[in-house]
Design a protein around this ligand. Structure first.
Ligand code: ZN
Ligand code: ZN
Length: 408
């Protein structure tokens, strides 16, 4: 059975957007076609209480609002920070943690207290003074419940395990003896399975893709997602499917859209008259020719450092996707996805297709939408479906790439 999952999100407690109501999330999930969604921030006590109050368990380890079909999985992101003996700076890497029940969350909160960690933000820090201490923490977390899953998040971004800030060559440098418990990685918005395919350390792992969204908007939830093969829709079967690499496909950002794709500096930095972007020939010292400050190494170049052409390649099915509302806005020459016109066309399409995922998988888009919406929007949707779009300029220095549809 196919299950569409998006297992990385944040609540209002992670900062940025204010509170996000679960019923709004559920409504967007249905329009997008997401079956199971990660709650975000489930370790933060006020959030834990909120989730406990609003949700009830409807299948083992999955939760829903009263009389609602959308399912939630208890999920948080944490920042693991440690001091590796062979690295000058601290190594900091974002991780996803999935929990099978509220009881294991409570035990994990007690562990954090025992370690003296502050648990005062949606995405908490778990710090340690050495690799050995980190390894002990990871084993203690896993021992809370064998069904807890710990997954390195957006692995190639500057805050990811393989990101340019950390500059690790091998996962074992960080995880040590815990490494066999790492069975999955999250590709992140700036990388796709093709870019990661020839990195030897990742060859045996499951790749998943999630939105990492901080909002319930139609261009945020499910902007990246994973379709899993599961025997049954419950938490143990989802975890089993992840551990056994039963991924049918992932839907990914085009990496050039991701905010850290290329090395560069955005145009509005101090002492900049224009943006600086390196598509090739990145300066080896990473010094920006405009302002003289150091640039982050882009994800594309960072992947190249880790790739090995002789690596065994595991085939992985994926597609590049753009949220439908963004495609409509571009087709209508509108800057905002929030315009009434965009919403009207979106609703019209949703009268024909049960969800966005069904639309993208359909081979009869033209027939189904003909005369219902304008020809230009249909052509834009078809162009995106067959991959005829690009991002120019590509993402860099925290800025998303700019979408151009119908061009190669
Ligand atoms: Zn993160
Ligand atoms: Zn600069």
């Amino acid at each position: 059975m196919q299950l569409a999952v998006d297992l990385h999100s944040h609540s209002g407690y992670a900062g940025g957007v204010g509170q996000i109501e679960l019923k709004t999330v559920s409504r967007t999930m249905k329009l997008k076609g997401i079956d199971v969604f990660g709650t975000g921030d489930c370790l933060f006590p006020p959030r834990t209480e909120e989730l406990k109050k609003e949700l009830s368990e409807v299948a083992e380890g999955l939760f829903s609002l009263p009389s609602d079909s959308s399912k939630f999985l208890l999920q948080t992101e944490v920042i693991l920070s440690t001091k590796l003996a062979h690295k000058k700076n601290k190594t900091i890497a974002h991780h996803l943690i999935f929990f099978p029940d509220f009881d294991s969350i409570c035990k994990m909160q007690k562990l954090m207290k025992k370690w003296g960690m502050k648990n005062t933000i949606g995405r908490p820090f778990i710090t340690s003074g050495s690799q050995r201490e980190l390894e002990d923490q990871l084993f203690e977390m896993q021992n809370v419940d064998p069904l807890i899953e710990i997954i390195p998040a957006h692995i190639m971004t500057p805050d990811g395990i393989f990101g340019s800030k950390n500059n690790l060559d091998k996962l074992i440098e960080f995880y040590g003896n815990f490494l066999p418990n790492i069975r999955c990685i999250e590709t992140g918005l700036s990388a796709d399975p093709q870019m990661l395919a020839t990195i030897p350390d990742l060859a045996e792992l499951t790749f998943i893709s999630n939105s990492d969204c901080h909002s319930a908007a139609l261009n945020r939830i499910g902007r990246e997602f994973t379709i899993l093969n599961v025997e049954k829709t419950d938490y143990p079967f989802i975890i089993n499917s992840l551990r056994e690499n039963q991924v049918i496909m992932t839907a990914e950002f085009n990496p050039a859209e991701g905010r850290y794709f290329l090395t560069g500096h955005r145009g509005n930095r101090n002492n900049h008259s224009k943006a600086v972007i390196f598509r090739h020939n990145v300066p080896s010292d990473l010094i920006c020719p405009e302002c003289g400050k150091k640039m982050f190494l882009g994800v594309q170049q960072r992947c190249r450092q880790l790739q090995d052409k002789n690596c065994k390649i595991v085939p992985r099915k994926f597609m590049h996707l753009i949220p439908l509302v963004e495609v409509i806005a571009v087709a209508q020459n509108l800057k905002s996805i929030n315009s009434n016109k965009v919403r009207k066309i979106f609703d019209e399409i949703m009268n024909v297709f049960p969800s966005e995922i069904v639309l993208w998988q359909s081979d009869s888009i033209h027939v189904m939408l003909d005369k219902r919406i304008d020809e230009k929007t249909i052509n834009h949707i078809l162009a995106v479906q067959c991959g005829s779009f690009k991002f120019d300029p590509p993402g860099h220095d925290g800025i998303y790439g700019k979408l151009q549809v119908g061009v190669y």
